[in-house]
Design a protein around this ligand. Structure first.
Ligand code: ACO
Length: 375
């Protein structure tokens, strides 16, 4: 019996880490609804929650902060990133940087909490160093007196960031840290199930996140809003896109059949952090797009996904568009590594089958006797 295309609706494992209640529009991390955590818990507290299963006490959080802050530097001080063309996609730079760091730290054997922490702590340093290098600037050394979110923004510019920017980015990092059995997490778990090392699992997950059907959408949302440009152009632009069977970026989800709770929180954040003109354009586009999607495809139950207002929030803290996917990865690595650790408990190799629909019974001919195959 073959599974539905895209494994839609297939339950591939059990997990205690997070769950998307798609019909109810709820996302739960270790028992906490996302609304309980966003804006209240720091990204570091959520890392601890995902890795250890409970929120840290003050002393546990102090120990985690101390460990993460002391492991931010890159073993090669960015030498690997300097070898890359300056035009390379930042996700390719992150993938290469993580692979190099994991090898230089000699991460091997069964995945551990310490390895998860060591890799997570260095994600912002890799991303920020590449931004500096591609702009012909020297990377800025991390500061151990700043939080994960604050230090990331600091390493991009060398300026201590505004408090409201840190708050926005920290909340974004909390919202995106895990999300059930999404494509990149599943990738990480498949690699972990072969008993490969944690670095390899994370590198594979970065590759899965890069695609526009997963983490690559927010820059495309900004491009879409640029193209729309004005309130008057929303209707003709959206109508034309849907008439020509284009997907509207930032809408639709495999699991949510109602509003994504993260999109609701990000909408409020975008309202506060964007210019009134930009928010009016984004919100007007969202409202018209939803009306049209519901009118044209009532059975599909299409709603705004997390990527639509992520774009506005990341734009408002000053990140360049092609840095939205690596910033998503800076958050999601906490979830990936939590899942890798969980996979190793009672692990069984993930090895499904495929339905073979190719030819059978062909007879081999030596190379000089073969005729060209015409299409
Ligand atoms: N705009 C227009 N129509 C859409 C959209 C959209 N954004 N999303 C889905 N549909 C329609 C499809 O055209 C299709 O309609 P049809 O059956 O009439 O042809 C139907 O809804 C089902 O679409 P699928 O692509 O098969 O649904 P799937 O569950 O595979 O896709 C996905 C989910 C990939 C997110 C899809 O909605 C999409 O491509 N959205 C745009 C890209 C995007 O926003 N990506 C970020 C996802 S969020 C995240 O990963 C963090």
């Amino acid at each position: 019996m073959s599974a539905p295309k895209g494994l839609e609706g297939v339950v591939v494992n059990s997990t205690q880490i997070s769950h998307v209640f798609g019909e109810e529009g709820r996302l739960v991390y270790r028992g906490y609804d996302i609304g309980q955590l966003a804006g209240k818990a720091s990204y570091e507290e959520v890392c601890y929650l995902l890795w250890k299963g409970h929120l840290p006490t003050r002393s546990e959080l102090d120990a985690l902060n101390q460990a993460m802050r002391s492991q931010r530097t890159l073993p090669d001080e960015g030498a690997t990133l300097r070898l890359l063309p300056k035009t390379v996609d930042p996700m390719d730079a992150l993938r290469t940087g993580v692979s190099a760091v994991a090898a230089m730290l000699e991460i091997s054997g069964t995945a551990t909490y310490e390895q998860a922490l060591a890799i997570t702590a260095r994600f912002p340093t890799i991303v920020a160093a590449f931004q500096r290098i591609r702009n012909g600037q020297e990377p800025i050394a991390p500061r151990s007196d700043l939080s994960h979110a604050s230090n990331y923004l600091y390493m991009l510019t060398g300026d201590v960031p505004l408090e409201n920017h840190v708050k926005s980015l920290d909340t974004y990092l909390v919202l995106l840290a895990d999300h059930g059995m999404n494509a990149s997490t599943f990738t990480a778990r498949v690699i972990a199930s072969t008993e490969s090392d944690l670095g390899s699992c994370v590198v594979g997950a970065i590759g899965a996140l890069k695609g526009p059907l997963h983490g690559g959408a927010p820059a495309l949302v900004m491009n879409m809003l640029d193209e729309i440009g004005s309130a008057e152009n929303i209707k003709p632009w959206v109508d034309n896109a849907l008439d020509t069977h284009k997907k509207l970026m930032g809408f639709g989800h495999r699991v949510y059949k109602t509003t994504d709770p993260r999109a609701e929180i990000l909408r409020d954040m975008a309202r506060q952090s964007s210019t009134p003109e930009f928010f009016a354009l984004a919100n007007g586009t969202e409202r018209y797009a939803l009306d049209e999607l519901h009118r044209r495809k009532p059975d599909q139950r299409l709603y705004t996904n997390v990527e639509f207002y992520s774009a506005a929030v990341l734009n408002s803290v000053g990140l360049p568009r092609d840095f939205y996917p690596p910033t998503f990865a800076i958050s999601r690595v906490a979830g990936w590594t939590a899942h890798i650790l969980e996979q190793m408990v009672g692990n069984r190799l993930i090895r499904p089958q495929s339905e073979y629909v190719g030819p059978q019974g062909l007879t081999f001919k030596p190379v000089d006797e073969r005729e060209a195959v015409t299409a």
